[in-house]
Structures are given as C-alpha cells and as structure tokens.
Design a protein around this ligand. Structure first.
Ligand code: NAD
Ligand code: DAU
Length: 334
C-alpha cells in the first residue's frame, strides 16, 4: 500500500491515524478526504510532512467526489462519520447521510475501481449493551441508539458488498477512545476542560451504573493498522481497551488529575435509552499480533496534561456552534 485514502482524517482518531501511518511507513502517501464538519479540525494535523500528505475537502455522501478521490489510491480507511450519540438523539438525518449513504458510496466506488482494501472503522456500540461478559465478532448486533444504528447500517452494506461482489471489506469495532485532540462534546474531554474552567461536570444518571471500556487513541490506530495489513477480507475485528470503568470512577480520576473536588459533579437527567455497559473481546485481533500498549493511569495523565497544555486548541472550539449545542443539550444544567 503506497497511497492510502483516509476519510475523516481531520477528526480525532483519523488525525492520529494519519500521523501513525506517516511515522510507521516511510514509503506511504496519505490522502485525507474530509468534509470539515463541526468536528473536523485541520489544527489536528499541524506540522505533518506535506511532501507525503494531501488534503482534499469533500463529502463521502457525494458519490462522484469520493470516487474521484479513491481513483488514485490503493486502499481506503473510512473514519468519516457523525459520531456523537447525544446529537443523534436530537436528529439523525446527517447520521444516515454520512454513516449509511456515505459508506455505501465508498463500497460502490471500491467495486467499480477494484480497490485492494476497504477498511470501515466501526464501533462496539453496534452490539448494544451487555450486562456481563464480552461480545465476540460472531455475536449478533443490536444497536440501540440512532448513532449506533447508522453505523450498523453502513457495516451491513459493507458486508453485503463483500458477499455479493467480493469487495475486500474489513470492519473494525473499537471501544471508547480517549487521548489528545478529542472534540470536547465526548465525556472525557468535556469533563477535563470543564474541570480546568471550574465548571460543572454534567454526569448522567449518577454515573455509577454505566460502564465504558477505554482505549488509548494510538492503540486504536495500531489496531486498525493491524487489521488493514494482516486481516482477512470479509472479517470483523474487535479492538478493546481492556480498561472498563464506571463513569463515576472516570469522573473522580479527572477531578484528581485536575486538582478539583466533587462539588463540580452535577447529576443531570439521563440520556434516553442510555446503554449501560459496552464490552468486547479482542482475541481475534490479538491472534494477528495486536496488543494495546498504553497503561490506563499513564494514558489518563498524558491526556489531561495535553488539555492543560493546549488550551488554545479547545478554547477555539468552545465558541459559536459548540455553545449553541451545549445550551440545547444541557440547558440550565450546563
Ligand atoms: P470525530 O467526530 O472526531 O471526527 C469525524 C471526522 O469525520 C471529522 O473530521 C469530520 O469532519 C469528518 N466527516 C464527518 N462527516 C463527513 C462526511 N460526510 N464526509 C467526509 N468527512 C466527514 O470522530 P472520531 O471520534 O475520531 O471517530 C472516527 C471514527 O471512529 C468514526 O467512524 C466513529 O464511528 C469511530 N469510532 C469512534 C470511537 C470513539 O470513541 N471516538 C470509538 C469507536 C469507533
Ligand atoms: O463505544 C464507542 C463509542 O464511544 C463511539 O462509537 C462513539 O463515537 C463515541 O462517542 C463513544 O460513545 P459513548 O456514548 O459511549 O461516549 P460519550 O463520551 O458520549 O459518553 C460516555 C459515557 O459518559 C456514557 O455512559 C454517557 C456518559 N456521559 C456523556 C456525556 C457527553 C455523561 O455522563 N455526561 C455527558 O455529558
């Protein structure tokens, strides 16, 4: 793979993946195709080696545009998506445009162009919630919110294109990812940046009952890379962090690392249909040689330190559209 198309490369995980590829593979050229929605941010790619990197502004829901971008590349890795559950609960139209129609456009173009590899970055949320144990790739999916339903829809189209036409589609399902450059609508950067500002941390439903499995962003990138290079077409690979934490425990850790106390915790009404626990088994990807490298305590310390040292990055975001969304989502509780 000499030229890889990365869609959504200006977002959180996509931008780390662009850097990861450029650092690991000196012969690779990356084409980043991104619509630059509210979540896309070219600051995330500041300083990348421009001689091995090209940016194209475009929408994966635009069939001609994505096909044209794919023509010059050997492989495509799709990160482009609407990604926030709470926004999908306010209205899912854009989720369907990007996460379903956009993925359809990618696999259809891959069929026409005989693409060598199509990796669809998906999520553990497509399995739905699980009280005990962990989902494997053979378990049925059961998405329970509009975001995860749209991701499952895109996945199904990818799997159908593999079955029907032999398009070499590989799917990864990652768990909750954390690290630098995450848009501060997601719980971890939201709570860290609010804590820095001494503002309330709006915790849904008390936070004791909800569990997420945290995966450091570089480990998510190395997992996707492992599936891309060593995985088999038509297969699905779980990428788990192995760091299950109740939301209340995560919140306490953030307060500790930012030097704040519990008085900042604000219990707010629950998310509708809130999935209690996500858990996946990554044995299948581990069998291909992948291992997560980041220790939880170190990853959290590095992440909090990054937000402390990069205030201009998130203060630029926490204006305009962000503040409108925040008011709509949290109202008086913000
Ligand atoms: P993000 O919201 O930070 O970034 C999404 C990027 O996609 C942005 O740069 C945005 O501009 C771009 N984009 C959106 N719609 C587009 C379109 N129609 N055409 C082209 N570009 C478009 O997302 P993220 O958190 O980095 O997630 C990346 C991928 O990983 C998503 O597919 C998501 O479902 C998946 N995922 C995320 C997590 C997580 O915890 N963040 C976990 C598992 C899987
Ligand atoms: O599991 C993978 C998924 O993780 C990804 O596919 C999604 O793109 C990503 O957004 C994330 O989804 P979650 O819904 O798990 O992440 P979020 O950060 O929105 O919420 C994490 C937990 O924190 C969840 O139990 C809800 C809770 N929460 C969230 C917010 C935004 C709060 O208590 N308060 C909040 O303000």
């Amino acid at each position: 793979m000499k030229r890889i198309l990365v869609t959504g490369g200006a977002g959180f995980i996509g931008s780390h993946f662009v850097r990861y590829q450029l650092a690991q593979y000196p012969g690779v050229h990356i084409v980043n195709f991104d619509k630059l929605t509210y979540a896309g941010n070219l600051d995330n790619l500041a300083g990348v080696d421009e001689s091995r990197y090209t940016f194209v502004r475009g929408d994966i829901a635009d069939a001609d545009a994505i096909r044209a971008a794919m023509e010059s590349c050997d492989a495509v890795v799709n990160f482009a998506a609407e990604t926030h559950v709470d926004r999908s609960l306010m209205g899912a139209s854009e989720f369907i445009d990007t996460d379903v129609r956009g993925v359809y456009n990618i696999v259809e173009a891959a069929k026409q162009l005989n693409a060598k590899r199509v990796l669809l970055v998906s999520t553990d949320e497509v399995y739905g919630s699980i009280d005990e144990g962990a989902f494997t790739e053979d378990d049925p999916t059961g998405p329970r919110n509009p975001y995860s339903a749209s991701k499952a829809g895109g996945e199904l189209m990818g799997r159908a294109y593999h079955q029907s036409f032999g398009v070499p589609v590989i799917i990864t399902r990652g768990s909750n990812t954390y690290g630098p450059n995450q848009y501060p609508e997601k719980v971890l950067p939201l709570f860290v940046t609010n804590a820095i500002d001494n503002r309330p941390l709006p915790l849904y439903s008390g936070g004791e009952h909800n569990v997420r499995d945290w995966l450091y962003v570089e480990d998510h990138c190395s997992g996707i890379d492992c599936a891309l290079r060593n995985g088999a077409p038509g297969e699905i690979y779980n990428i788990a962090g192995g760091n299950e934490r109740e939301n209340i425990a995560l919140t306490h850790r953030i307060l500790e690392l930012t030097g704040r106390d519990e008085s900042l915790i604000k219990l707010v009404p629950d998310r509708p249909g809130h999935d209690r626990r996500y858990a996946i088994d990554a044995s299948k990807l581990r069998a291909l040689g992948w291992r997560p490298g980041m220790d939880w305590d170190e990853g959290m310390a590095l992440t909090v330190q990054w937000y402390q040292e990069n205030e201009p990055w998130w203060r630029r975001i926490k204006t305009g559209e962000y503040l409108e969304y925040y008011k709509k989502q949290y109202g008086e509780n913000g």
